[in-house]
Design a protein around this ligand. Structure first.
Ligand code: UD1
Ligand code: CA
Length: 456
């Protein structure tokens, strides 16, 4: 008899974002604002989640199409109470309704659980917070004994009421049936002529209900996003919180204000992360990994004791233990490096496997290649993997030595222990254990004279 429904109000136009993108789709830490709210909601394991959408709604629905959400359209915004009233029929099979907001992204499930606890034996519980500057918000009006009487909106409040620092966050839990009853009695006698959800508080009090409250852990947790300035402020708050969590779990961040995580980072012991790092998607760093300054790591795994040097970009790659990558290296999707691989500056690797101990240290492109163990790929080596229509593979055996400035025209295979002379263009397979050179022989012409500029 305690089935929970969650109702997310997201019909706001978001005019102040000045954007073609609906407000709740603007990203915070790489995910839409609404995704953060839905994440907090799902942690409460509700029976049903309903989102009230308005302007740009089709786009919002499209982004969350894979989720089990009841969508309710509010074509015209006639107030928060009107929005809730429209949505209640979609929540007919729940006992309690928790109301959240699509543009209040940092709400934490722990806080919501506390609110739900307060609502365990109260038909109405409101989440509040104390603000030193409560301008603009609805104020919690209480009796001298501290009982909630009503909520008054800033624009409808008296001078004395505006002194109240405890504000309504808008988040509340109510018994569904009683909420429907109260909403039916809410009028539009306010300065905006809207149906205020907040008016249910006074109606509940009139019915003899003692309205429960819980306090948010911080103002940021219940802060809404109305413009891009507020969005950036919440982004910084969120990033600081993530950075603190990582540091407490044993990761050293050279400067937590210059570290951004848009996704999930799993880090082993004594990981060191230098300045200006962006981590996106799912990233795993093994024990003692060191990440140099100005790196981007996206959806990748770095083995223990490996070092990523400055300004490297790694995406969709797996790097083994004790590797050394960069500075200025780029590892692209489906790259797999075994242990102790060295990848140096201005080297790009795509969809290739590189065996343990191999080195590609300078200015190379390696794509669609299978490279064995202890191979040395000289400076400026290029796998010519693309003929304009198809991609072809290059295979290099263990202990091969590829001289500098070699082009490997795929499909082509270099045998184990083979040596390729510098400057070669390899178009046919090079046998194992032999030197293969394809450049023309060097000549010296005696008696040759360099042309001279005419004097005068
Ligand atoms: C509301 C509260 C106020 C509280 C403040 C906290 C009311 C009447 N007032 O004021 O007490 O301090 O939030 O931020 O509830 N929305 C709809 N449909 C509508 C109207 C609003 O979906 O018809 C959504 C908006 O998208 C927004 C949220 O509800 O996400 C709040 O609406 P808004 O009009 O901004 O209310 P506030 O004036 O901020
Ligand atoms: Ca608002």
């Amino acid at each position: 008899m305690n089935r929970l429904g969650i109702l997310v109000l997201a019909a706001g136009q978001g005019t102040r974002m000045r954007s073609a993108l609906p407000k709740v789709l603007h990203p915070l830490a790489g995910r839409p604002l609404l995704a953060h709210v839905l994440e907090a909601a799902s942690q409460l394991q509700p029976r049903r989640v309903c989102v009230v959408y308005g302007h740009g709604g089709e786009q919002v629905r499209g982004v969350f199409a894979s989720r089990a959400i009841e969508w309710v359209e509010q074509a015209e915004q006639r107030g928060t109470g009107h929005a809730v009233g429209l949505a209640l029929p979609a929540l007919a099979d729940v006992d309690r309704v928790l109301i959240l907001y699509g543009d209040v992204p940092l709400i934490e499930s722990a806080t919501l659980n506390r609110l739900l606890q307060e609502a365990a034996d109260a038909p109405l519980a409101v989440l509040t917070v104390v603000l030193s500057d409560p301008t603009g918000y609805g104020r919690m009006v209480r009796t001298p004994a501290g009982r909630v009487c009503r909520i008054v909106e800033h624009r409808d409040a008296s001078e004395a009421e505006r002194e109240i620092e405890e504000i309504n966050t808008g988040i509340l839990v109510a018994d569904r049936e009683r909420l429907a009853g109260w909403l039916g009695r809410v009028g539009r006698g306010n300065s905006q002529g809207e149906v205020y959800l907040t008016d249910v508080v006074a109606l509940a009090v009139a019915d003899g209900v003692e309205v429960a409250t819980a306090q948010a852990a911080s103002p940021e947790e219940v802060a809404g996003v109305n413009d891009r300035v507020q969005l950036a402020a919440l982004e910084r708050h969120f990033q600081r919180r993530q950075a603190e969590h990582l540091m407490r779990s044993g990761v050293t961040l050279a400067d937590p204000t210059r570290f951004d995580l848009r996704g999930q980072l799993r880090a082993g012991r004594d990981v060191f992360i230098d300045l200006n790092i962006l981590i996106e998607g799912e990233v795993t760093l093994g024990d003692r990994v060191r990440v140099g300054p100005n790196c981007v790591l996206r959806d990748c795994t770095i083995g223990a004791d490996s070092e990523i040097l400055a300004s490297s970009v790694i995406e969709g790659a797996r790097v083994g233990r004790q590797a050394r990558i960069g500075p200025f290296a780029r590892l692209r999707p489906e790259t797999e490096l075994a242990e102790q691989v060295h990848i140096g500056n201005f080297v790009e690797i795509k969809k290739s496997q590189v065996g343990s101990g191999s080195k590609i240290n300078h200015l190379s492109y390696v794509g669609d290649a299978l490279i064995g163990k202890d191979v040395n790929v000289g400076a400026g080596t290029i796998t010519c993997n693309y003929d304009g229509a198809n991609k072809h593979r290059t295979v290099i055996g263990d202990r091969a030595f590829i001289g500098s400035d070699t082009q490997l025209v795929a499909p082509v295979e270099v045998g184990a222990n083979a040596t390729i002379g510098a400057g070669s263009t390899i178009t046919r397979d090079a046998p194992p254990d032999q030197l293969t050179v394809s450049r023309s022989r060097q000549r010296s012409l005696s008696g040759w004279r360099r042309p001279e500029k005419p004097k005068g």
